[in-house]
Design a protein around this ligand. Structure first.
Ligand SMILES: [Zn+2]
Ligand SMILES: [Zn+2]
Length: 112
């Protein structure tokens, strides 16, 4: 599959630019590095997003346990999860499904 090989090459190139081999993006709005946690399952990501609606601290702890990251990284990621109804965590403007940045404030909004 030609498309598959292209994707693998793109992924390899991307990883080379990732510090410590961990793919991340830097939020244009607040400059925090946001890890993509590609190794976490969709189920775990969904659970963390659910927890965040109840308590950010619980969501941070769950992410630290699941991903083995430190508190600072867990905090940065949990803060950048989009709100209910796909609204930007920072400005409240709607963020389309699949989009990573708020078009209003340029904050990263993770879709978990
Ligand atoms: Zn940010
Ligand atoms: Zn925003």
């Amino acid at each position: 599959m030609r498309g598959g090989a292209d994707f693998a090459a793109a992924l390899a190139a991307h990883r080379r630019f990732s510090p410590n081999g961990r793919p991340h993006i830097v939020c244009p709005q607040c400059r925090a590095p946001i890890l993509l946690f590609e190794n976490l399952s969709e189920q775990v990501k969904g659970e963390i997003a659910d927890l965040r609606r109840k308590s950010r601290v619980l969501a941070m702890k769950a992410l630290m346990r699941a991903a083995g990251c430190d508190l600072a990284q867990a905090k940065a990621n949990v803060l950048h999860l989009r709100n209910e109804e796909s609204r930007c965590h920072w400005c409240g403007f709607g963020v389309p499904a699949g989009a990573l940045l708020s078009s209003q404030c340029m904050s990263v909004n993770i879709d978990w």
